[in-house]
Design a protein. Structure first.
Length: 222
DNA sequence: GCGACAG
DNA sequence: ATCTTGTCGC
């Protein structure tokens, strides 16, 4: 598939933040409620501890019905930015974009490892990938980031809102009974209800969505 | 002002 | 993210 380059690569944190602020208005908070091919994206790092910058990016495209892998791409690269909370996307974006460009199919939804709207400037990795591709995108975080929330109930499907700056920016969602929740948010062209329903549909067995699990294993074992 | 802070 | 053993459980 084709991915658009909407900005030059930032050299400083200030430039990176300016890019996020400029692209933020392009995010659309509604869109399709069901999807065909679903792509999971993940990056695995491997290097010398502190100065680590070698990485492997993986994309796994799953069939919507069977959740079986329809296509997969692995790309080796380097971290394109230092790790700064809030600017995390700039580390992985080039490798992930290259992986997406090597797909022979176009996914209908991107399931990203990280946050979307639930971000200091409302423009996390899921928003960024969504805007660059024009595709619906959502973010799944494994630990809390911005905002506050109450613990969701113990059953699968239980959730509580994540509030930040007086607005609901995501949900803490229980995908497995009695297991730590995941933190979901909108990336692009999806409602929060659709994000919630889709993440539940993609977690029939484990805490994390199948597309992300497949991408994670791919990146790790490559 | 200080600490905390997706992966 | 990664550095790492054992341990509990399906």
């Amino acid at each position: 598939m084709r991915v658009q380059r909407l900005h030059p690569w930032p050299a400083t944190a200030e430039e990176a933040e300016a890019i996020q602020d400029r692209l933020r208005p392009r995010v659309e908070l509604s869109g399709p409620t069901s999807f065909g091919l679903v792509a999971g994206l993940d990056v695995h790092y491997h290097g010398a501890g502190g100065g680590d910058d070698a990485l492997t990016a993986a994309v796994a495209v799953l069939d919507p019905g069977t959740l079986a892998v329809a296509e997969q791409v692995v790309v080796r690269g380097k971290a394109a930015f230092p790790y700064v909370p809030g600017l995390f996307a700039f580390r992985e974006l080039p490798a992930l974009v290259e992986a997406l460009e090597r797909l022979t199919v176009t996914p209908d939804l991107l399931v990203c490892d990280g946050y979307g709207l639930a971000h200091p400037r409302g423009f996390g990795l899921a928003c960024h990938l969504g805007v660059l591709t024009g595709l619906p995108a959502l973010g799944v975080g494994k630990t809390p980031f911005v905002g506050t929330h109450e613990p969701p109930g113990p059953e699968r499907g239980d959730w509580t809102p994540i509030t930040h700056g007086g607005a609901v920016v995501g949900r803490a969602l229980r995908t497995r009974p009695g297991v730590k929740p995941v933190y979901v948010s909108q990336g692009h062209r999806v409602s929060l209800d659709t994000v919630t329903a889709e993440v539940l549909r993609l977690t029939p067995r484990y805490r994390l969505p199948e597309p992300i699990r497949h991408a994670d294993h791919l990146a790790r074992l490559s």
